[in-house]
Design a protein around this ligand. Structure first.
Ligand code: G6P
Ligand code: MG
Length: 210
């Protein structure tokens, strides 16, 4: 294996709680039922697809594209305000040291995230230089479980998908890794998914793979 492709939200940083709070604020204002279980279905799913899942519980009139765009923008404004509170302290020592050690061992490292806020987050937490390439929501047309975001990451670092591990916390991301011909490593939620190739408990466990 020559490279690691990392999901961002829920793997490198714990922004999932901010996604939840930002959607919850919008959902409460619209009187839409929304809870942590529904939120779990949003992991790895693009902003617009996430909105569609939330709107399954909307009892009001049928919304047009313009209204949906405004709701997605409202959520993103809520989310960005929460992201602005992030600092380098929001990256655990375990994650930071493991990334350094993988680099030291000669692996190429990339991000593969559906988020259009990826670069903003990496800048806030001071990790822009930790990766050789970033593939994110700004360079894809289909979000996970489609493998596009990971295939682009592999292409950006010049490696074949079969030589890449994908580290993920979402079921949709594990499915995407399999569809792309990569070896999946599941942490958090994805460590309990039967399709995950390798299950780990903490981030630094990946050092025993390499
Ligand atoms: C990640 C998260 C999803 C989120 C998506 C889009 O995949 O796991 O919960 O919906 O990114 O994020 P964005 O920052 O572009 O709204
Ligand atoms: Mg994730």
């Amino acid at each position: 294996m020559k490279a690691f492709i990392f999901d961002l939200d829920g793997v490198i940083v714990f922004t999932d709680k901010f996604h939840y709070q930002a959607w919850k604020k919008m959902a409460d204002r619209m009187d839409i039922y929304f809870d942590e279980t529904i939120n779990n279905r949003l992991r790895g799913v693009s902003r617009m697809d996430s909105l569609e899942i939330i709107l399954e519980n909307y009892k009001g009139h049928k919304l047009g594209q313009r209204e949906k765009d405004l709701l997605a923008a409202e959520k993103n404004d809520n989310y960005r305000k929460l992201l602005e509170t992030m600092t380098p302290d929001d990256v655990s020592t375990d994650v930071r040291n493991t990334l350094k050690e993988l680099r030291h061992r000669g692996y190429k490292l990339a991000i593969g995230s559906s988020s259009k806020n990826t670069k903003f987050i990496l800048e806030r937490v001071g990790l822009m230089d930790a990766f050789d390439a970033i593939s994110d929501g700004t360079n894809i047309t289909k979000s996970k479980p489609d493998p596009e975001v990971f295939l682009k990451a592999a292409e950006y670092i010049g490696e074949s998908p079969k030589d890449c591990y994908v580290v993920e916390d979402a079921y949709s991301g594990i499915d995407a890794a399999e569809a792309g011909g990569m070896t999946s490593v599941g942490i958090g939620d994805a460590a309990g998914y039967d399709k995950t190739d390798i299950k780990i408990q903490k981030f630094s466990d990946i050092l025993s793979l390499s």
